[in-house]
Design a protein around this ligand. Structure first.
Ligand code: SAM
Length: 326
């Protein structure tokens, strides 16, 4: 029998002939029993999944396979997306000038510890931000001296910006929007919004931002109904004032999500790619860190920092995609 075209109702009605004597009240009892059984089976399945994969406690059931072939579509051994590649190549002079400007902070960045644990100080070696991510977040904060920095998804990134604020004696206010930050960072923030972005008051969080301010988006990475990515790309980004620098983390354009990542089901970079391919006139690409850190002549501009002995263990790549609104 073929797969249904639309999702099965959550509580399927009983099939087959129903004897007359169990119509009415009896049928309702039967339907209630089926519903309870359905909930028990689902709860048991989700409980087992949580035991097996504690870091991935939530499951989504689909009526079609998510893809006929689970693999990156661009990059990871295949060509990058040709039009996106062409588009990003055009910005190379701008990326070069940003990377050159970052060198003013190489000494300060080299003073950052390699490892940090639960300290409020940032460090280099952890899974959340790699080399050029830390460099660009720190250096853009120092260079732009933003009055406001608003971050969705907090942890190491908050520590990096707080360190830049202290080193540069900046008056930047830090706002964290995250229901459960990865690290204890509340003491570094001027305002904490412990809610999901999709439930937050967006006007309060982003409405005051002006030219020179910064936003860093590093949430669930998944475009799903009413997810943070939908709120960000459809409601937050288009409404920002011109001149706000926005860093979107974990973007690998002009490639797809890499091999090891496809089963995370991230999807936000496809929205960004569609915006770029559509030529959205209201965003300018400032520094696509994954692309720039993969071009030898651009990556070489970071060598004076990463060649220093304590930093040789740092992954020099990056994946923050920096754009500016205009
Ligand atoms: C990859 S971590 C953030 C890492 C952080 N930027 C850092 O450098 O350590 C993702 C964060 O997004 C947060 N998050 C997940 N869903 C969210 C949502 N709907 N709204 C806001 N934050 C969300 C998680 O609680 C988590 O702290």
């Amino acid at each position: 029998m073929g797969r249904p075209c639309s999702p099965a109702p959550p509580h399927p009605a009983p099939t087959g002939a129903v004897p007359r004597r169990i119509v009415g009240g009896s049928r309702r009892v039967l339907a209630g029993a089926r519903r309870r059984l359905h909930h028990k089976v689902v709860a048991a399945g989700e409980h087992s999944a949580r035991q097996l994969w504690p870091a991935f406690p939530h499951a989504i059931r689909l009526d079609h396979p998510p893809t006929a072939e689970l693999r990156p579509r661009y990059g990871s051994g295949r060509p990058p997306h040709a039009k996106l590649l062409q588009l990003l190549q055009q910005g190379e002079p701008r990326y070069r000038s940003h990377l050159q400007a970052f060198s003013a902070y190489h000494d300060d960045l080299a003073g950052m510890a390699l490892t940090g644990g639960s300290s409020p100080e940032p460090c280099w070696l952890h899974p959340w931000l790699i080399g050029l991510d830390t460099v660009s977040l720190y250096a853009f904060t120092r260079l732009r001296r933003p009055a406001r920095y608003v971050e969705v998804g907090s942890g190491q990134s908050t520590k990096v910006v707080a360190r830049a604020r202290a080193d540069g004696q900046l008056a930047t206010t830090i706002t964290s929007v995250d229901p459960a930050p990865r690290a204890a960072i509340d003491q570094l923030c001027d305002r904490v919004v412990r809610r999901a972005l999709e439930q937050a008051n967006l006007a309060e969080c982003f409405g005051q931002l002006q030219a020179g301010d910064m936003v860093f988006f590093d949430g669930s990475h998944r475009v799903l109904p009413n997810s943070d990515c939908v709120a960000f790309f459809l409601d937050v980004l288009p409404a920002l004032a011109p001149g706000v620098l926005v860093g979107i983390h974990d973007v690998y354009l002009p490639e797809d999500y890499p091999h090891g990542f496809v089963e995370l089901w991230w999807s936000e970079q496809y929205l960004l790619a569609a915006l770029l391919l559509g030529g959205a006139p209201w965003i300018e690409v400032e520094l696509p860190a994954f692309y720039a850190s993969g071009r030898p002549e651009l990556a070489a501009l970071l060598a004076p920092l990463f060649d220093r002995p304590p930093l040789q263990a740092v992954n020099r790549r990056g994946s923050v995609f920096w754009v500016q609104t205009r």
